[in-house]
Design a protein around this ligand. Structure first.
Ligand code: NIG
Ligand code: FE
Length: 414
């Protein structure tokens, strides 16, 4: 009997009714909670919850006393590049000394630097490094994570990355989704022959990835200095033929047309969105594509932040993700992401929680089973120290408040 009962929960946060797959517009600020509560899990799913003073007699082997702390659904981080080799603090110094992200990329640094490092790192070592990051994000409350390839940039090295992601998926209790991002940058050998590189992606890489069934999604860095709208369309159409849904890096460096091409091809999400016009918001309004913001990258690169307020106020659902990567966001801390969303983008803590949980799950096609406290959903949640309010969790953003982590109904020692 794998039943566990959590009792003396000061407040359950993020309760949703079944069947609600995303939270839009003004609804995002309405966070459903329950005070003085208990919660029951069976076989890794949430089976019931209620108020302590109405708790029926329940027989279980394991009882967890939450000691008055709060219970939150685990974060669903829908955009990361957490499989990478080494680190890039040299470029961080270059940035301090005045170079921009684009200038570093043009000098052959940036993504190409990570590709060289990855090429010279064994699959085993890559897995070891990535698992350290997985342990780190698990302790910080993440329960579902999307991980991209894109530091391989050759068929062989892209497959190497994706095999590492598959191994992570098989060996952690986190729910993992894999995205093929061969179009992250033009490989060094193809410099000046960008269309030929796109040919390689479409004719060789995508079929190879599909043969081994290594990717759920396909992504393109559709931005100034990277891939054009036409190249993006070609790559995601090819991916679609092999069953991969699109998630696009769009509008980070310029108003790139990335949002439009994503929406037109029914992308699951368009991500970044630091450069947005009215038109982009209008296009998103008629679609099911999830606009996903990565304020950790804007923070690290000193860029302007996405217009979150405008998007939510026009009725859109939005998601927040960490973008955990060595070049623009070397952190997978979703509490920090929520704090930045509140401090810099004027999202309320309630909006940020929805964006980092159920809407993030939706951006991975997972919100039927993850992202909220709902009967029948997978029992992914964490317990906090007792707190005076839900807002305190964002406000005291550096205080280690997460005490215990549960994934698939089992406590994870972190
Ligand atoms: O999402 N924008 C493109 N890709 C990453 C950065 C990757 C890197 O610099 O290594 C991002 O910010
Ligand atoms: Fe990214």
């Amino acid at each position: 009997m794998k039943r566990i009962l959590v009792k003396n929960i000061g407040r359950i946060v993020g309760i949703e009714r079944r069947g609600r797959l995303r939270i839009c517009g003004e609804e995002m600020d309405r966070l459903e909670t329950l005070d003085d509560a208990w919660l029951l899990c069976d076989e890794g799913r949430i089976t019931a919850f209620g108020r302590m003073d109405e708790m029926p007699p329940i027989e279980v082997k394991q009882v967890i006393d939450a000691g008055g702390g709060m219970l939150f659904p685990s974060f669903c981080d829908s955009h990361t590049h957490l499989v990478y080799a080494g680190s890039r603090e040299q470029e961080f110094l270059d940035k301090i000394h005045g170079l921009s992200y684009e200038e570093i990329a043009r000098r052959g640094g940036g993504i190409l630097n990570s590709a060289d490092l990855l090429h010279n790192t064994s699959e085993e070592e890559l897995y070891r490094q990535a698992m350290e990051r997985i342990r780190e994000i698990t302790a910080m409350g993440t329960g579902c994570v999307e991980i991209k390839s894109g530091y391989g940039l050759s068929t062989e090295d892209e497959l190497k990355m994706l095999r590492v992601i598959r191994r992570i998926r098989q060996t952690t209790p986190l729910e993992v989704r894999a995205t093929f991002l061969g179009a992250h940058a033009v490989a060094r050998d193809y410099r000046g022959r960008q269309d030929e590189y796109v040919d390689l992606i479409c004719r060789e890489m995508i079929p190879a990835v599909a043969t081994e069934n290594l990717a759920d999604f396909i992504d393109v860095f559709c931005d100034e200095g990277f891939f054009t709208v036409e190249q993006t369309a070609r790559i995601i159409q090819t991916g679609a033929r092999f069953g991969m849904k699109a998630k696009i890096h769009a509008n980070e460096l310029a108003v790139s047309g990335g949002v439009q091409v994503g929406v037109e091809h029914r992308a699951l999400s368009v991500d970044h969105l630091e450069r947005m016009g009215e038109e982009e918001i209008r296009v998103l309004s008629g679609s099911t594509t999830m606009p996903t913001m990565l304020p950790g990258a804007a923070f690290f690169l000193g860029m302007s932040y996405p217009p979150a307020r405008q998007m939510i106020d026009s009725g859109l659902a939005v998601a927040l993700a960490s973008d955990y990567n060595p070049g623009s966001s070397p952190s997978g801390n979703m509490r920090m992401v929520m704090a930045l969303a509140s401090f810099r983008m004027k999202m309320t803590p309630a909006e940020a929680i929805h964006a980092a949980t159920i809407n993030g799950a939706c951006a991975m096609g997972l919100s039927r089973d993850f992202g909220s406290i709902t009967e029948g959903k997978v029992a992914n949640f964490f317990l906090t120290k007792p707190m005076p309010s839900v807002e305190y969790f964002t406000y005291a953003y550096q205080t280690p408040l997460i005490e215990r982590v549960f994934l698939r109904g089992k406590e994870i020692v972190v």
